[in-house]
Each structure stands twice: as structure tokens, then as C-alpha cells.
Design a protein around this ligand. Sequence first.
Ligand code: MOS
Length: 732
Amino acid sequence: MKFDKPATTNPIDALKVVGRPIPRIDGELKTTGRATYAYERRDAGLSYAYGYPVGAAISKGLIRSMDVEDAKRAPGVLSIVTTLDIGERKKGEYNTAKLFGGREVQHYHQAIALVVAETFEQARAAASLIKVDYDEQTGSFDLADAMKSAVKPDEEEKPDTAYGDFEGGYERASVKHDAFYTTPDQSHAAMEPHASVASWDGDALSLWTSSQMIDWWREDLATFLDMDKEKIGLMSPFIGGGFGGKLFLRADAVLAALGARATGRAVKVTLPRPMIINNTTHRPATIQRIRIGATEDGRIQAIAHESWSGDLEGGKPETAVNQTRLLYAGADRMSAMRLATLDLGEGNAMRAPGEAPGMMALEIAIDEMAEKLGLDPVEFRIINDTQVDPEHPERPFSHRDLIGCLRVGAERFGWTGKAKPGSRREGNWLIGTGVAAAFRDNLLVPSGARVRLTSEGRVIVETDMTDIGTGSYTIIAQTAAEMMGLTVDEVEVRLGDSSFPISAGSGGQFGANCSTAGVYAACVKLREAVAQTLGFNSDEVVFEGGKVRAGNRSVQLSEAAGTEGLTGEDTMEWGDLSKTHQQSTFGAHFVEVAVDVYTGECRVRRMLAVCAAGRILNPITARSQVIGAMTMGVGGALSEELAVDTNRGFFVNHDLAGYEVAVHADIPHQDVIFLDETDPMSSPMKAKGVGELGLCGVPAAIANAVYNATGVRVRDYPVTLDKLIGDLPDVA
Ligand code: MOS
């Protein structure tokens, strides 16, 4: 099905099942420990061995030789696969860094060997006996240094935009702001480590893994192994968080496949926690410069956003200027991204790539500008709302209610307007409030599904869509139930298997809208098949209460299915609606913090998010997404930073003891409001996504609240107490 005209009324609008707060259908499996994650997979008849990976101990250079003799003789060892044995491999489409193979070391902890043994402990012990002789080369590890040699990325990255006359407009503006902001390297830090279990049956490979994108992985794994994609079965039914860290094929998968081939056994490989951060991808650090010029009454005349980031040779920029091209009005504008070469592992997508770090800077700058103008930061944002793409005014937003988010949020939060910094105190605590807008694009990716009506009148949905903790199982069941006139209990959802139709996968917050739209398309086919079988005119049929009815005829679905059952399969494809109309999601974050006047310790006391993101398919799962994202934003604001050893070239704090993420228990009160809206341009579901929106803007709202509490403006994340303590108000 091609979606190329705005949606009109369709069966989803009945909202008998879709839009309802249905607890997640996989919840019981997870809370009782019966959901089988990749590393836990165990099939009768297979004999399992354990692989332990070895990571490079240098950040750039060549491997001269590897001595594996001692390791080979260690107890329980079955096989050792080294990167020298494997040789250079063709790189897949989706990774910048190679995963394994050949002499070259591109970054610290790049995989260079796998030891396979009878037990995990034996494999780990033997791995420590491998000796490697390196030819180490000098790398580039410091963004602030490398910034000077940064270059314009490929035109396909759309590095530069310019409209009107920024320099002139800025010059003429009566109130101006010009500042630099920095965001650090960050890690996804998912609960479930990267893990794979591989087994070969002749030339066919089965791989149980933890992947957000089944088909991308399968494609790249086939390239790496130089084999037919169809011979790979890739399964990822449950995933313990991804955040972008599992978008692309990872080393555990290729190592498990190679280890299984070397031993003839089923081989389990997980990346040990301390290896994950340097071995996999990270959100690249940025240096950003923002200039804003406005009229005295607060209208933005000129706005410029420049961003510098680094990546391995051949990598991509962090697109931190994205939202500034779309979020606020202003006739004279420019944006630019520059890319430096850094040898710190592969920089890549992490939850809301681009917007998350971009909003960290932009939304502080907006706060600073509001203060200079003497305006309430909520009002300043409202004054500069735009209903059209400011770079292409002929292109309206499909639906945009940023103003609604700000107004509803201000009222519900008890926002008091422009509060004087450092003016509220409770004992030793300085109290502050902050606000930021949230913005994230709505992306449309083709998504397929197959739905089968069984002779019992139940529906089975199959799609390679994944559920990374987001609620995909549940919203897909709701969609099929709504379309076929059933309850959620009468629908079985099977996900994350490469034998199912290719879906959008879980990424870019497009999973919810796109995957359910794919299920919608497949259900339309199934409804037609049912109608045709019964000789009904398909325009008139109503699916309701387990029956299908047309005119005064009504038939049980089970009867329509016959003994064989009926199947509908289709892929949702997207027309030009995202070209003619800018599709984005909007929100507003309000935060209250308390900062200890003696120590600078910062506590987030309460948070409120208001989201305008199209139809909310399930308020429970959507709320969980936003609450989780807000929590991640607290980490982004206050603690998350990969510390770079700029001499040796690696992230020093490479485990969850050193890389500190926030958890729910850190924040006593969090709330989410969804504005009641639909976006008929987004899909027949009229939905968009919230999983990344919930993060965008949060760190800035917190930084703004800390400023409001203390009068100390920190423009370099994270906002840690060492950046506050020297400038805290004198203790009375
Ligand atoms: Mo998201 S960073 O596309 O998983």
C-alpha cells in the first residue's frame, strides 16, 4: 500500500482497541523471567560452547603478530579465531568501522580475537593468555584540537544551509547572543549487553541476537561472511534496550558466527560490559556555536547554528543543527556542520541523533536570549513559533502544536514566568525552574507485515519489527485487533525474525507509526480476502466482535477463515507527503531542581513533559517511553560523559560504575501529558513517535533550571558540581 494522500476516516478511528491504555502483552513474560533474551537461548539438541572476545589494546595501528599458543593449551579451549586468520573482510553497508578481520586497528577495543571454550570462565581465562605485538600509530583523539582541521562533510549530509542574509540580519538586530556550547561523548549503556548465539547447519546459519534492525544486520552479516543472505536466519524477539547501539551489526554477531564455524558447536558470545563502550558506537561529542539576533520585542531576526564533531575516517557528522533549521522563525539564517577525523571508535546514532545534542545547546541559547530580552522563556518561544518550514516557507508543517505544549505545560507545572536567578531558597537548597522545547522529526520508513486469520478466528501477525522495550508487541496487537474486530487476546504477535516480512525496525522513533502502518496495510489485504471469500462487497464490510458483517449478513471470522485460514501480506510505502509537508513532533519540558548551596550537588525534584506527537497508540507504553527518555535526559544533563584519554585514545570510564546514568529513583516526580491530536499526513494510524522526543530538550531544561537556581550558567555538559561550586552565591 502506498500512503500518498492524507488519511481520511478508516477502521483505526473507531479506537475500540487502539489508543487504549492496554498493559504490554509481553509484560508477564518479562516480569517472570520467561522472555528469552539472546544470550539465554538454548535449543534442545545443540551443544553450546562459549566465546570470549579480545579487544585491541591500542587505538590505532597494526597488529604485527599474535601468540596464541598458551591460550590454545589452556583448559577447555576448543578454538581460537584471530583477526589475522580471518583477514580483511568486505565492510557492510551500515558500519563505518570494521567489526573484525585484518591487521589494522582503527580504535581501542576493536575485536581482534575470539577464544571458544567449554565454559565462559575457561574462555575468559584463556583470552588473557593471548599476546599481541602491535605497531602503534599516532591518532587524533581531542575534538577541541581536531576542530581546527575539521572539514565540510559530503554534500549528501547537507552540511550547510543559508537563507536570507544572516550576517546582515544579525548585524541589524537590537539584541544579540553569541556563545559556544559543548556536549560530551555519550554511551547508550543499554541494560542488556550485546550478545549473540550462533549455530550452523551445513551452510545455513542461525543467529539469535539483540538487534534493533533485523534486515540491516542480516544484510551486513551476509556481506561479512560472504554468503547468501537467504541462508541466514536472524532472530531477536526480545531486546533489553538499544538506544541506537544495536541499530547496526556488532562484533558479537560476527564473532559468534565465526566461532561456531570453527568449532562446529553452537557458540554464545556476549561483549563483556567493560568492552562495550569502546568496541561499539557512541554519540559523538560536539562543539556548537549559536548566534541569535532579535528585535527588542523578541522577534528572532537572525539565527545561526554551527556544529563541530568527529568520527573515524569515512564517518559522519553528528547532525546537531537539524532542529535549528526548523524550530523557530527568523528570516536570516544559516547552519553548518564540520567533521573532524578522530580515532575514538565509531560515532553513530544514539537516541535522537542530531536533535538530542543539538537541543542541549539551542535550548540554553534560547533561555539566555529570553533573559537578555527580559521575556519569559515560554513567551519568547511562543513569539517565535512558525507553522511553516522556515527555510522553505512554502512547506507547512503537517501539524505543529508547540504552543499548545508550552501553554498546557506552564499551567500544569505552575510555571511562574521569568524568575530571578538565585532568588529561591529552602534551607541549604537553592531552588530553580527551567523550561525547554522538545522537537524531533517524524521519519517514514517502509514497513511490511503478514497477518493470518486462523480457522479458530484468531489472528497471527508476523513482521521482523523489533521491540526494544518500547511496546511494539502491544501496539501491533492493538492495530490488528482494531482492524479485524477482535480483542488483543485474540491476536498473537510474532516479531524479530528474518523469516517475517521486512519492517521499519526500531530506530529514529519511527517504529511505532511505521510498523503499525505496515500491519494496517496487511490487515487491509486480509479484510479484502475475507470479504472476497464470503462474496461481500469489501466497501461495506464491518469487522466487529469476532464477526464480519455486510448489510444484514453476519458471519463468524472463524467460519470465513475456513479450515485453511486466510492470509494478508503487504508493505506500507510512503509517497511525497513528507516532502510537501514537514513532519515533526513537538513537546515542552518543565523541570524543578534543587542545588546545594555549599556543595553544588544537584537534585531534580520534578519533571513534566507535554508532547504533541499525533495519535498516541497506547498511553501506557507511550508514557513509559517518555518517562524513560526524561530519565535519560537527567543523565545527559548531570552525569553522562565518556572521559577521553586524549593521550592513549580511548574512553576511560568504560563501564556502568564509571559512566553514570540516571535512574527513576533519582527523580521523585515525573509526569507526562499527551495533547489529544492526530496527524493525517503521518500514516493511516495518524500517529508519530515519542521515544526520542521525550529526551530532546530535557538536558537544557535542567541546565536552565540550575541557572535559575544558582545564577551560574554552564554551557559545557554535563552540569557537574565542579562547574558550579566556584560561582555559587555567597552563603548567607
Ligand atoms: Mo535510534 S538512535 O535510531 O535507535
